[in-house]
Ligand binder design. Structure first.
Ligand code: URA
Length: 202
């Protein structure tokens, strides 16, 4: 059990570091646009952590994860299994928005990854649901899981076991909600996969 004071101090330190992460290739762009870093939000004691890829424009404007179109779908997916945002902790691999909605680069993932690793250690979720292939690869590699390198089309909706320093974690890879915005079939897949997430919390 994480000491509450350590947890809050640790999360506050991470927030400060991301604010001032001048070594990030995305820092200057963030400041020039007048955007915010997106650190993460929700219950610091959550059993379930959701990890996305990188903030979109609306997220960078507000400094909050998943508040644009993908976020509305994410809310619906959570509600489909009886969960609300306040029940979970939501963050991203990359904490600043890459230009033109492009994929994060290897260097960008590398610079933000240790901060996400620390967020996981402080929140100590029992279940991690990854949203999209970037988050999936980060988590599978971070926990040195044998499934690392496999495709999201193979692993989505399959609960996997990871061994964190604080104990066992169930990892459920999911497609990114953005893929389901215009594809009804993908939405059905995400709804079914969310049932697996829920089942891991029982
Ligand atoms: N997509 C993500 O991966 N993260 C967000 O916060 C918003 C959209």
């Amino acid at each position: 059990m994480q000491d509450q004071n350590n947890r809050e101090a640790g999360l506050a330190a991470i927030e400060d570091e991301i604010e001032m992460l001048t070594t990030s290739p995305l820092y200057t762009y963030r400041v020039a646009q007048g955007w915010r870093p997106v650190i993460g939000e929700g219950d610091h004691d959550a059993s379930l952590m959701l990890i996305g890829e990188a903030p979109g424009k609306e997220e960078a404007r507000q400094g909050r994860p998943f508040v644009g179109a993908s976020g509305r779908l994410l809310d619906e997916l959570l509600a489909s299994v009886g969960l609300q945002r306040a029940d979970v902790y939501i963050t991203n691999v990359v904490k600043d928005r890459p230009p033109d909605n492009r994929d994060p680069t290897v260097d960008e993932v590398r610079i933000y990854a240790p901060l996400l690793a620390r967020q996981i250690e402080l929140i100590q979720p029992r279940v991690i649901a990854t949203l999209g292939r970037f988050a999936m690869q980060f988590v599978l590699t971070h926990f040195a899981m044998p499934e690392a390198g496999q495709k999201i089309s193979t692993l989505h909706g399959r609960p996997l076991v990871a061994h964190a320093p604080y104990g066992e974690v169930r990892v459920v890879p999911l497609y990114h909600p953005a893929v389901a915005l215009y594809a009804a079939k993908q939405k059905q897949t995400l709804l079914a996969d969310f049932q697996q997430v829920r089942a891991q919390l029982e």
